[in-house]
Design a protein around this ligand. Structure first.
Ligand code: FRU
Length: 498
């Protein structure tokens, strides 16, 4: 319907039709980025899960492909990962092909209905044609259920440091770490997570990898560990842990050893970035850690006001590990490939905000797809506030409150909010951890989403919205102290260059 089309993102990935949740099986091979996703091709709410598939040359524009994995008598195809088995350690290739090996969770819905607890197990599928078609391994499952209900979302990767395959699995309230030499036989090495961080809900969709600490030769290991419910602002959310890995056991850094429930290590403080994981097989020359998340929240994902399809992915991001004054933190940035779509830049000189000011409106640039950047000098102890708005009174307000040292997003007037009480009734907040004297802001704006990268990506807030008319204005709002906005650039994005 028309109503739908106005909510379809311009460049964030959505399936043409039907339900989508988590990104799965991310791998890169021969110039193509693959994105698989939890998909229900017969409805616009969650249902028997398949792996949908999309491909891209640059992680910005996506082409949907035929469904990769269908449920079968062993169950639905839940979340998982894929690796490129360059040396054919699995033996799945017979004629010199390079196998791509996926591990997913079988979710046996019949067993579940019958009241069993052992209905989730891990299974393999492989592709000998670069991810186009898949064969399920004949001796599935490769990891049986040990009698624990929540036992899912295997994320495999090649651990070059210890010369082995590693897989992390979400198991109710902790992460299991497994190793293998052939991707088929897996040995459990350790558990992580009990008594550390937040446990309000179930741990889901882990990811685990080494990263170089920027500006040094040090390596630290990062464990991303989604949690639902229990997100920082309710519903689903994604904390991370930093530490060391000896090939078997993950040991968090000193600063995280007794990490309380209420902590400041989250990939994103907005409500709409969940189950995010990273691409495998990125070439060494590139060396980036590339991440994408599901841009929704289990609180309301099945009720958002679209009919044809439901839900989108975030913009792809590169992750960076930095040592700060007193700890380590992950910074996220939109992938630089997004820059290739930037149209003529609009620059605005410094604006002093002592009353509400319009910074850009549609006479300057379309705000339906744009990257907006600006800085606020002498930032400490100042409240700042901004809004995106339209001609029919919808607005989304965001900014920073000095008293609480928190960023916030307020969707209470953001057009359609009444489809679910948890969508607009709560102002999301995220703590500022940076000690910079100025505030740098980058916003990636699409028709129905904003992704705000504060402090070069140290604090990120991603949220979706459903205005009754497109965003037409970007404004700076008066607060209790005057402030100036400087180095403003607005880059409309254009996707019809060829
Ligand atoms: C996370 C999740 C995963 C599961 C999948 C099912 O959003 O609950 O744990 O594998 O969705 O679709």
């Amino acid at each position: 319907t028309n109503k739908d089309a106005m909510y379809r993102p311009n460049f964030h990935f959505t399936p043409k039709a039907h339900w989508m949740n988590d990104p799965n099986g991310l791998f890169y091979l021969n110039g193509t980025y693959h994105l698989f996703f939890q998909y229900y091709p017969e409805g616009n709410v969650w249902g028997p899960m398949h792996w949908g598939h999309a491909t891209s040359k640059d992680m910005v524009t996506w082409e949907e492909q035929p469904i990769a994995l269908f449920p079968d008598e062993k169950g639905y195809i839940f979340s998982g990962s894929a690796v490129v088995d360059i040396n054919n350690t699995s033996g799945f290739a017979k004629n010199g092909e390079t196998p791509v090996v996926a591990m997913f969770t079988y979710h046996d819905a019949i067993k579940e209905k019958e009241g069993a607890v052992d209905y989730q197990s891990q299974a393999l599928a492989y592709s000998l044609d670069e991810g186009k078609t898949w064969t399920k391994y004949k001796n599935n499952p490769v990891i049986k259920n040990p009698g624990i209900k929540d036992f899912r979302d295997p994320k495999m990767f090649r651990d070059e440091i210890h010369n082995q395959w590693v897989m992390v699995l979400a198991v109710l309230d902790r992460t299991y770490i497994y190793t293998s030499s052939n991707l088929i036989d897996w040995s459990k090495q350790s558990e992580f997570g009990l008594g550390i961080g937040k446990h309000d809900g179930v741990w889901e969709c882990p990811d685990f990898f080494p990263m170089q600490v920027e500006g040094s030769n040090d390596i630290k290991w990062v464990l991303i560990q989604s949690l639902n419910p229990g997100g920082y602002n309710g519903g689903s959310g994604t904390p991370y842990f930093i530490g060391d890995f000896d090939g078997k056991t993950f040991t968090p850094i000193e600063q995280m050893k007794n990490l309380p429930e209420d902590h400041t290590y989250w990939i994103d403080y907005g409500k709409d970035n969940y189950a995010g994981v990273t691409w495998s097989n990125i070439p060494d020359e590139d060396g980036r850690k590339l991440f994408i998340g599901w841009m929704s929240n289990w609180l309301y994902a099945q009720e958002v006001p679209t009919e044809t399809w439901r839900n989108a992915m975030t913009v792809a991001r590169s992750l960076h590990l930095k040592k700060t004054e007193d700890t380590y933190r992950i910074f996220s940035k939109p992938v630089k490939e997004l820059d290739d779509y930037k149209d003529t830049k609009i620059e605005k000189s410094s604006v002093v905000v002592d009353k509400n000011v319009s910074i850009v409106d549609t006479t300057d640039a379309s705000l339906e797809k744009a990257v907006i950047k600006f800085k606020i000098p002498d930032f400490e102890e100042k409240d700042v506030a901004f809004s995106f708005s339209n001609t029919v009174g919808d607005s989304i307000i965001f900014g920073y409150k000095a008293k609480t040292h928190r960023f916030y997003i307020d969707r209470s007037k953001a057009g359609k909010i009444d489809f679910n009480k948890d969508f607009g009734n709560h102002v999301s907040t995220g703590p500022r951890t940076s000690k910079e004297t100025y505030l740098a802001v980058t916003i990636v704006l699409d028709k129905t989403s904003m992704e705000i990268f504060y402090d070069h990506g140290e604090t990120v807030m991603t949220e979706i919205f459903f205005f009754n008319k497109p965003v037409s204005n970007f404004n700076a709002l008066k607060t209790n102290s005057s402030y100036s906005v400087e180095d403003i650039t607005i880059n409309p994005l254009s996707f019809n260059k060829n």
